[in-house]
Design a protein around this ligand. Structure first.
Ligand code: 4AZ
Length: 313
């Protein structure tokens, strides 16, 4: 009897540990999407030419609210930090700023709000050229990470040719002519990253801290209200992890032919992010290769399972 009890514990304990690991690892492994089945694919015009997005596919996306109204987009970097665009916060008092996360519908009741403790704008933000259009938001209490609330990865890869499958999300306006319609459902649109020489040719005011992205079809773009949101891509060599390559910043109109959207080049700011987050006492350490710790910890747990099983047998 005693021996059977020991065996049961030997089986159950590692199983509980394994379940605990599976759940908690979701929270600290960046750039992972959930495989939801109910993705809406019907073609309602949105973000400007996009489609409704499920938060499980873009679990890093947050809405930044000011006095209860949607102001801009942002992305979860860690439980303490949200990344957004500096131009969103011109003359804004952070005590009235809140984050909504883990949701794709702004009309949801009992939404989880999170207050902002500190707003860090880039000191060299140029409100004329929109150069250095990046901001960090430190939250008052840490986010409860898990399913539908997962940080995005960042990378120092600056060669745009190494990225594929790029998407932008946001609650920005969905039509550019007539009455501006702001959707309650999060929207997504797929865009291509363009070569900087072509971007500089069509948008001469582009700086080296910006990148441009768009589509061959007109009418597909980020737009007013999408600012601060993430432009995310996969690496050509790793198709399962999502990285934030850009921050929605500006454009000459939205979805116009040969006028791509402009994004802050995130890879140029990793040192700034590291320095600012450390200075604020909540250091952000970016995941350099997220697949590795996942695999390692999985093997570590299996090894532990085996050892405990042997010990209690
Ligand atoms: C804006 O006003 C804005 N088409 C954001 C993105 C783009 C244009 C305007 C890109 O927030």
């Amino acid at each position: 009897m005693k021996r059977w009890k020991g065996r049961r514990t030997g089986l159950l304990l590692p199983l509980v540990l394994l379940l605990f690991w599976a759940y908690s690892s979701l929270a600290w492994i960046c750039g992972q999407e959930m495989h939801a089945r109910s993705q809406q694919q019907n073609s309602v015009s949105a973000i400007v030419g996009g489609k409704p997005a499920n938060i499980s596919k873009f679990p890093w996306h947050v809405g930044i609210m000011y006095h209860g109204n949607h102001l801009c987009g942002g992305s979860i970097l860690s439980e303490w930090w949200v990344l957004s665009a500096s131009h969103c916060f011109d003359q804004i008092n952070n005590s009235n700023l809140e984050i909504i996360y883990g949701r794709d519908d702004l009309s949801t009741e009992n939404m989880t709000y999170q207050k902002v403790d500190k707003l860090i704008l880039h000191p060299k933000f140029d409100d004329w050229l929109l150069d250095n259009d990046i901001a960090l938001l430190l939250l008052k209490t840490p986010l409860n990470l898990g399913i539908n609330r997962i940080p995005i990865c960042v990378s120092d890869l600056s060669d745009l040719q190494l990225w594929k499958n790029c998407w932008v999300t946001g609650w920005g306006i969905t039509n550019v002519s007539g009455i501006k319609i702001q959707p309650t459902k999060l929207q997504k649109v797929q865009v291509d990253l363009y070569r900087s020489d072509w971007c500089g040719y069509v948008l001469p005011q582009l700086t080296k801290n910006m990148l441009c992205a768009g589509t061959q079809d007109t009418g597909k773009d980020a737009c007013q209200g999408d600012s601060g949101g993430a432009l995310v891509c996969n690496k050509k060599k790793n198709k399962t992890t999502w990285y934030q390559v850009g921050i929605v910043s500006w454009g000459l109109g939205c979805g116009k032919k040969n006028l791509p959207g402009v994004y802050t080049k995130v890879s140029h700011y990793l040192k700034w992010i590291t320095k600012q987050t450390a200075k604020a006492g909540k250091p952000y350490v970016y995941e350099q290769n997220s697949a590795c710790p996942l695999v390692l910890s999985c093997w570590a747990i299996l090894f532990l399972y085996f050892v405990m099983f042997l010990l209690t047998w």
